[in-house]
Design a protein around this ligand. Structure first.
Ligand SMILES: Nc1ccn([C@@H]2O[C@H](COP(=O)(O)OP(=O)(O)OP(=O)(O)O)[C@@H](O)[C@H]2O)c(=O)n1
Ligand SMILES: O=C(CO)[C@H](O)[C@H](O)COP(=O)(O)O
Length: 443
C-alpha cells in the first residue's frame, strides 16, 4: 500500500480549499519528486537563506518582537525556519537577530531541533540586518556557511511560504540575477502634499506590492550592499531596488499567493493562527478498535467528517504507522471502562517518531457506553485518572480530550447523538485548546 505523507505546512490549501491529499500539497521533500512536478526543475547548485529577524515589531505593540510571539506553543520564527529547512535543496538558513535575543533564538533552535540554522547579529535597520546575514557567508573558514550560488532573502515574519514559489524564485534568480514575489495592490497608492492634500494617485493596475521571498545571485546582492549608500541602509526597504541601482540587474517578478503577507499587526497573529489551525484540521484518523459497535460508529463518523480526509484503522499498531504519520488528529474509539492502553500506545508512537514536536497532536478519546447504566455513575477516580493522563501527555505536545456517548437503539436519537459527537470532535480538533484537555464531555 502506498501512503502519501502530508505536509501540513501546505498553507495554500487554506485559501484554495484544496483537500490536503491534492498532489500539489504533498510533501515534496526530495529533489527527485520536485523534478517530477510540472514546472519544477531540480536545483543542482548551492542555495542558502537569510531570514532578517532583528526588528522590534513596534507596530505589533507587544513587549516581545513579533517573530518570537507563539502560535500553538511555537514561536512564529520557527514556522518560517521550518518552511525552508524541510526542503532538501536548501542549505544553511542564516537567522539574523538583535544581540539581546541571541540566547532566546538559540533556545528556539534547540527546542524545535532546527538543524540548518546559523544565528548572527543584526543591525539597526532591516537593510543592515540583511547585509550582516549575507556577511556570514564571507567567512570561508566556517563550514556551516559555505558561499551559496543563490541566496533567498525572506522576512522572518512571513511564515507561509511554499516550495513551488521558492523554486520559481530560486531558478529565476539564477537566470536573471534577482527575482522577487509580488502581489496585486489591495488599495490605490496616492502621494500627498506636505500639507496633507492629495498630490496625485497611481493607476492601481500598473503597480504591484513587493513581497518576499526574493532571490539573488549571491555575488549580485552582496556587491549591491557593498556599494549602496548610508541613506539606503537607513531608509531603504527594497532589496530588488539595490540590485537594480547598484548592479544593473532587473529582477524577474513572480506573482505569489495571498498567504505571503507579512505579520505586522496584532490581527495578523490571529490570522496566522487561524490559517495554521485550519490547515492542521484537514485530515484525521479514526482508531476503531475491535468491537463491532465501535467499528460501526467509526464508519458513521467517517461519513459525517466529510470536510476532512479521514482514514479508519483498527488499532495504532506499528503496521499502521503510515496512517499515524499522515495526520495530527486522532479519534480513538473504545467502550466505557476500557483502559487507556490504546491511547498510551499512540502517545508512545508519537514520542518515538517525534510526531508532535512541531505541531500539537489531538487525541479525542470517544468512549461508547453500551450498558443501561448511565455514564453519570462513572467513578470519580476514573475521571481523575483521565485528567492525570491528559496532564501527562500534554508535556509531549499531545492534547487529549474525552467524549462519552451513550448508545441507544432509537435510530433518530442515536443519529442526533452521533451528529453532536461529530460537531464536538470537529470543534476540539479545530480549536486545539489546551485549556480543555482532560475534560470528559458527554453527548
Ligand atoms: N533592524 C531590523 C529591522 C527589521 N528586521 C526584520 O525585517 C523583517 C521585516 O520588517 P518589519 O516587518 O518592518 O519588522 P519590524 O521592524 O520588527 O516591525 P516594525 O516596523 O513594526 O517595528 C522582520 O522580520 C524584522 O525582524 C531586521 O532584521 N532588523
Ligand atoms: O516590503 C518588502 C519588500 O521589499 C519587505 O519585505 C519588507 O517587509 C519591508 O519591510 P519594512 O516594513 O521594514 O519596510
Amino acid at each position: 500500500m502506498h501512503i502519501q505523507v502530508l505536509d501540513i505546512s501546505c498553507f495554500t490549501c487554506y485559501f484554495t480549499g484544496k483537500k490536503p491529499l491534492d498532489p500539489g500539497c504533498v510533501l515534496a521533500c526530495d529533489a527527485e519528486r520536485s523534478a517530477d512536478r510540472p514546472g519544477c526543475a531540480p536545483v543542482d547548485f548551492p542555495v542558502a537563506v537569510v531570514l532578517p529577524a532583528g526588528g522590534s515589531g513596534e507596530r505589533m505593540g507587544l513587549p516581545a518582537p513579533k517573530q518570537f510571539c507563539t502560535i500553538l506553543n511555537r514561536p512564529l520564527i520557527s514556522y518560517t525556519i521550518q518552511a525552508f529547512e524541510r526542503l532538501p535543496w536548501i542549505g544553511t538558513v542564516v537567522v539574523v537577530v538583535a544581540k539581546e535575543n541571541h540566547d532566546l533564538m538559540l533556545n528556539i533552535v534547540q527546542k524545535f531541533n532546527h538543524t540548518k540554522v546559523n544565528v548572527v547579529h543584526g543591525g539597526t535597520t532591516r537593510h543592515r540586518s540583511i547585509f550582516s546575514g549575507l556577511q556570514a557567508f564571507c567567512n570561508t573558514s566556517n563550514s556551516l556557511t559555505p558561499k551559496p550560488k543563490v541566496v533567498i532573502i525572506h522576512d522572518a515574519v512571513r511564515p507561509f511560504v511554499e516550495e513551488d514559489l521558492l523554486l520559481k524564485i530560486t531558478l529565476a534568480a539564477k537566470e536573471q540575477g534577482a527575482s522577487g514575489a509580488i502581489r496585486p495592490l489591495v488599495s490605490t497608492v496616492i502621494a500627498t502634499t506636505s500639507e496633507g492634500y492629495l498630490d496625485h494617485s497611481l493607476e492601481r493596475a500598473k503597480y504591484r506590492a513587493s513581497e518576499m521571498p526574493q532571490g539573488f545571485l549571491y555575488d549580485v546582492i552582496f556587491q549591491a550592499y557593498q556599494r549602496c549608500s548610508e541613506l539606503d541602509f537607513e531608509f531603504g526597504s527594497e532589496c530588488l531596488h539595490l540590485a537594480l541601482q547598484y548592479c544593473g540587474v532587473n529582477a524577474k517578478l513572480i506573482e505569489g499567493p495571498p498567504t505571503l503577507w507579512k505579520v505586522t499587526y496584532k490581527r495578523d497573529l490571529a490570522a496566522a493562527e487561524a490559517i495554521i489551525k485550519e490547515t492542521l484540521s484537514m485530515s484525521a484518523c479514526i482508531i476503531a478498535g475491535a468491537e463491532a459497535e465501535a467499528t460501526e460508529l467509526a464508519k458513521t463518523l467517517q461519513k459525517n467528517l466529510n470536510m476532512m480526509e479521514t482514514d479508519v484503522i483498527p488499532c495504532a499498531k506499528e503496521s499502521n504507522a503510515g496512517y499515524l504519520s499522515k495526520t495530527r488528529n486522532f479519534i480513538h474509539l473504545s467502550m466505557t471502562g476500557s483502559n487507556s492502553l490504546g491511547v498510551l500506545e499512540m502517545v508512545k508512537h508519537f514520542e518515538d517518531t517525534d510526531h508532535a514536536r512541531l505541531y500539537p497532536v489531538v487525541i479525542v478519546w470517544v468512549q461508547l457506553n453500551m450498558t443501561k447504566q448511565s455514564v453519570d455513575s462513572q467513578k470519580t477516580d476514573e475521571l481523575t485518572a483521565f485528567r492525570i493522563l491528559a496532564s501527562e501527555v500534554i508535556q509531549g505536545n499531545v492534547l487529549l480530550y474525552g467524549i462519552q456517548i451513550e448508545h441507544t437503539k432509537v435510530p433518530e436519537q442515536w443519529e442526533r447523538s452521533v451528529e453532536r459527537l461529530t460537531q464536538i470532535t470537529v470543534a476540539l480538533i479545530r480549536d486545539r485548546n489546551a485549556a480543555l484537555t482532560g475534560q470528559l464531555l458527554r453527548v
